[in-house]
Design a protein around this ligand. Structure first.
Ligand SMILES: Cc1cc2nc3c(=O)[nH]c(=O)nc-3n(C[C@H](O)[C@H](O)[C@H](O)COP(=O)(O)OP(=O)(O)OC[C@H]3O[C@@H](n4cnc5c(N)ncnc54)[C@H](O)[C@@H]3O)c2cc1C
Length: 390
C-alpha cells in the first residue's frame, strides 16, 4: 500500500492549493481527482476579484478572459445603479484553465496527482487514515484533506457537519448583446437566496446565470424569458452548467486525521457566491497546518483545530457579515429592493466610494465605508436595514 503524509481529495482550486502548500512545506502529498481531467465539468461563472487572482499565484495573462470595471445593479421594478471604476476590479477567467494551472503549480512543488481516482471510503485507525479508491486500491495517509466540493460525502462521513444551506446554481453561455463589456450585471429579486447575473465574456457573448434557494434551472429559464434579457439574446445557449453553492460554514471543519476545505467546508462568500477566493486562502492554511501536524506526529482533531482557528481568523468575520447581508437581501420585498437601488443610485458620492473601494472578496470593508455616507436618507435606509436584520 502506498504511504503519504497528506492525501488531498479533489483537485479543485482549494484542494490543489492545499496540496501545493503541504508539498512546499516538505510533505509527501498525493492529490486524488475522480475525473479524468481537471477543471471539468465547470460549475462556476468564473468571476474572480483582484485578491483571488493574487491568492492563486498565477500569471493573469494565462487565465483571464477579460477584466471587469464595475457593475450595473437592477432592481425588480427596473431601477438600476451603475458604478464603473477606472481600473479593473474583477476578472472573468476560464475556470478549466484556472483549475488546471493551480494543480500544475502543486505538481511543480512536488505533489503527486492521480486522475480517475474516486475515493470511496476513509477509515481512521487512530494513527493513520486508509483511503479506499473505486478500483479497490488502498492508500495510507497521516492526514486527509477533503476538498471534495459541495457534496462532501467523505467529510460528512468523517463527522464534519454540512454547511447551513445549499443554493441551486444554473448558468448558460449564450450569444448576447452586451450593454457594456466591462460591466457585470446583477439582477436583484430574480433568485431568492442570491441574485441573477450577466457576465460578459466578449462583445456579443455572456454567461447568464443565478443561484437560488431552489429550482435553479426553472428560475433561470424564467429569467431568460424576461424582456431585459430576452430582447438581447442573439442565439441558443452553447453550454449549461448546474451546481450547488454552500453558504454558512459548519461549527467545525476538522476531525481526527481529517480536515475539510473550500466548498466542503462551506467557505463561500454569501454576498456574491464566490468560493474560489476563500477556498484558496483556506487551502494554503490547510496545507501548512496539515504538514506541520504530520511532521510532529500528532494528527488528532485537537491538533488540527489550529487550521479551524486560523481560517476563521482570516475569513470568518467576512463570511459572518456576508451571511447577515445575504439574509437581509432575501427578506426584502420587491418594493424595498426598488427603494434601496433608487436610493443608492441617487447618491453620487456613495457611487464614487463603491468605484474606489469596491472589492468582491472583502465586501464588508466597502459596507463600512458606505455607512460614512449616511445622511437623512441614510438614516431611513438604516432603519429599513435594521428592520430586515432583526
Ligand atoms: C453556478 C455557479 C457559479 C459560480 N460562480 C462563481 C464565481 O463566479 N466565482 C467564484 O469565486 N465562485 C463561483 N462559484 C463557486 C465556486 O465554483 C466554488 O466555490 C469552487 O469551485 C469551490 O472550489 P473547491 O476546490 O472547494 O471545490 P470544487 O471546485 O467543486 O472541486 C472539487 C473537486 O473534488 C473532486 N471530487 C469530489 N469527490 C471526490 C472523491 N470522492 N474522490 C476524488 N475526487 C473527488 C471533484 O471532481 C472536483 O474536481 C460558483 C458556483 C456555482 C454553482
Amino acid at each position: 500500500m502506498d504511504q503519504y503524509d497528506i492525501a488531498v481529495i479533489g483537485a479543485g482550486p482549494a484542494g490543489s492549493m492545499a496540496a501545493k502548500y503541504a508539498a512546499k512545506a516538505g510533505s509527501k502529498v498525493i492529490l486524488l481527482e475522480e475525473h479524468s481531467c481537471i477543471g471539468w465539468p465547470v460549475e462556476c461563472a468564473g468571476l474572480l476579484g483582484e485578491k483571488a487572482m493574487q491568492e492563486s499565484e498565477l500569471s493573469r495573462g494565462c487565465i483571464a478572459v477579460r477584466g471587469m470595471k464595475g457593475a450595473t445593479v437592477y432592481s425588480p421594478g427596473g431601477f438600476h445603479l451603475k458604478f464603473k471604476a477606472d481600473e479593473c476590479k474583477a476578472w472573468v477567467v476560464d475556470r478549466r484553465l484556472f483549475d488546471r494551472s493551480v494543480a500544475l503549480d502543486a505538481l511543480r512543488c512536488g505533489a503527486e496527482l492521480r486522475l480517475r481516482s474516486s475515493v470511496r471510503t476513509v477509515e481512521w485507525d487512530g494513527k493513520n487514515s486508509i483511503l479506499t479508491l473505486a478500483d479497490g486500491e488502498m492508500i495510507q495517509a497521516k492526514i486527509v484533506i477533503s476538498a471534495e466540493g459541495v457534496r462532501a460525502r467523505l467529510a460528512r462521513m468523517a463527522g464534519i457537519p454540512p454547511s447551513r444551506r445549499v443554493l441551486c446554481g444554473a448558468q448558460v453561455e449564450v450569444p448576447f448583446a452586451v450593454d457594456d463589456p466591462q460591466l457585470v450585471e446583477v439582477h436583484l429579486g430574480e433568485a431568492p437566496g442570491l441574485f441573477a447575473w450577466v457576465i460578459p465574456t466578449g462583445e456579443n457573448e455572456a454567461r447568464i446565470g443565478l443561484c437560488a434557494r431552489d429550482r435553479g434551472c426553472d428560475r433561470l429559464r424564467a429569467f431568460l424569458k424576461k424582456d431585459v434579457i430576452r430582447k438581447r439574446l442573439l442565439g441558443s445557449p452553447i453550454s449549461l452548467n448546474v451546481g450547488g453553492l454552500p453558504l454558512g460554514p459548519p461549527d467545525t471543519t476538522v476531525a481526527d486525521g481529517f480536515l475539510a476545505v473550500g466548498d466542503a467546508a462551506g467557505q463561500v462568500k454569501p454576498t456574491s457566491g464566490g468560493g474560489v477566493y476563500p477556498g484558496l486562502v483556506a487551502g494554503k492554511i490547510a496545507g501548512r497546518v496539515a504538514s506541520k501536524a504530520a511532521n510532529e506526529g500528532d494528527c488528532s482533531a485537537g491538533r488540527l483545530r489550529e487550521y479551524d482557528r486560523l481560517w476563521r481568523a482570516a475569513l470568518g468575520r467576512e463570511l459572518w457579515i456576508g451571511m447577515k447581508a445575504n439574509k437581509a437581501l432575501e427578506k426584502m420585498s420587491a418594493a424595498e429592493l426598488d427603494e434601496l437601488v433608487s436610493y443608492l443610485a441617487s447618491k453620487p458620492a456613495l457611487l464614487r466610494t463603491i468605484e474606489e473601494h469596491g472589492d468582491i472578496d472583502r465586501p464588508s470593508r466597502l459596507m463600512a465605508r458606505m455607512l460614512l455616507h449616511l445622511d437623512w436618507d441614510g438614516v431611513r435606509l438604516a432603519r429599513l436595514l435594521r428592520r430586515i436584520l432583526i
